[in-house]
Design a protein around this ligand. Structure first.
Ligand code: SF4
Ligand code: SF4
Length: 335
């Protein structure tokens, strides 16, 4: 495994870490087994979030006895001092530890970032927790380049997490600035929320960019883990065949696709928006029509139920025309 320094934090981390979202798909025992295998392979970075339902709890259970083998990072959507202080305590409790290496402000908008920075804002709680030795470092995660650019100017920001992959290169220049400013860059959504099928190609593309400090693919299975590690260890330059495939993926996906971040939720009438787009993707892209129709038919509320209130679109960090896209899905699935 290749190890790198995570910017100003000085932490030595494996170039690939565990993205903790898919932990929600498995159970505590499965998480334990996965973590032991990751430790055996030299992967020493784990990222989770207060918002990933059971992820912190399962990880806490799985870390018993092997906590010292990992650099542990989590994040919170809290914007006020009081709620952030409460979330830090909750994370410590869930993760069964007295110290979290990196605590991140989770995806604030520009307005929410103002709130985080203001008197009585979340930053005060993070700095107090740092002074008290409960957390080691403070970072920020973002989905918009506007917030990313602003974060680069904040001296307390030691790491920045942002999506970067074959079809999302809007952060490329800002990622290079992270390197200049010695801010650790953590790459999320390496597979564009599952839209990129070839995980090996996706990770090879990211690891070829040396401005990316660490990449955190979501993993829940041993097979995925092995493939991901193999891809990240291969330091040979991208070959002709891979470059051609990268172009094909770009042509196929374009820019108007859902990354399954779920920030658009809740829908006013209960549509599982990212679920609908996922099944439509399978219907259109991967030749899994029967499977997609079957799964779609099990959704309690179909795309056709959209009342076009537009609330979801104000929350989508990718500014997707959700209403239009849902109309297309309703047509394709016939309901
Ligand atoms: S526009 Fe449609 S999908 Fe979006 S929140 Fe309103 S009802 Fe739900
Ligand atoms: S529609 Fe937008 S906010 Fe909702 S899951 Fe997809 S990318 Fe995320």
């Amino acid at each position: 495994m290749e190890y790198v320094t995570l910017g100003k934090t000085g932490l030595k981390v494996s170039r690939m870490g565990l993205g903790g979202i898919p932990i929600q798909r498995i159970d505590a025992e499965g998480t334990k087994s996965l973590l032991h295998k990751l430790a055996d392979q030299g992967v020493n970075y784990i990222d989770t979030a207060r918002g990933y339902t059971v992820s912190e709890e399962y990880l806490g259970y799985a870390l018993e006895g092997i906590r010292d083998k990992f650099v542990l990072a989590t994040k919170s959507m809290a914007r006020t001092k009081e709620s952030m202080a409460a979330d830090i305590e909750k994370s410590l409790h869930n993760l069964r530890t007295d110290y979290i290496n990196l605590y991140q402000v989770h995806n604030p908008s520009m307005e929410q970032l103002d709130q985080v920075l203001a008197a009585g804002g979340a930053l005060e709680a993070l700095q107090e927790a740092k002074a008290a030795g409960k957390i080691g470092h403070i970072g920020l995660t973002a989905h918009s380049t506007e917030v990313f650019a602003r974060a680069l100017e904040l001296d307390w920001v030691e790491t920045i997490m942002f999506p970067y992959n074959i079809v999302e290169s809007q952060g490329e220049e800002l990622i290079a600035k992270c390197k200049e400013k010695n801010i650790g860059f953590i790459d999320m959504k390496p597979l564009a929320g599952g839209a990129i099928e070839n995980g090996t190609l996706a990770l090879r593309y990211i690891c070829a960019n040396k401005n990316v400090t660490i990449v955190i693919p979501g993993m829940a299975e041993e097979k995925e883990m092995e493939e991901n590690i193999k891809a990240c260890l291969d330091s040979s330059p991208l070959n002709e065949k891979e470059l051609k495939e990268i172009e094909e993926v770009r042509e196929q996906l374009g820019t108007n696709f859902c990354r399954r971040c779920n920030y658009c939720a809740p829908c006013s009438v209960g549509i599982d928006i990212s679920g609908v787009f996922l099944f439509a993707g399978y219907l259109n892209r991967y030749g899994l029509g029967d499977w997609a129709r079957n799964r779609y038919s099990s959704l309690a509320v179909k795309a056709s139920a959209c009342i076009e209130c537009g609330k979801c679109e104000t929350r989508c960090p990718y500014h997707l025309p959700i209403r239009e896209m849902l109309k297309e899905c309703a047509q394709q699935f016939g309901e």
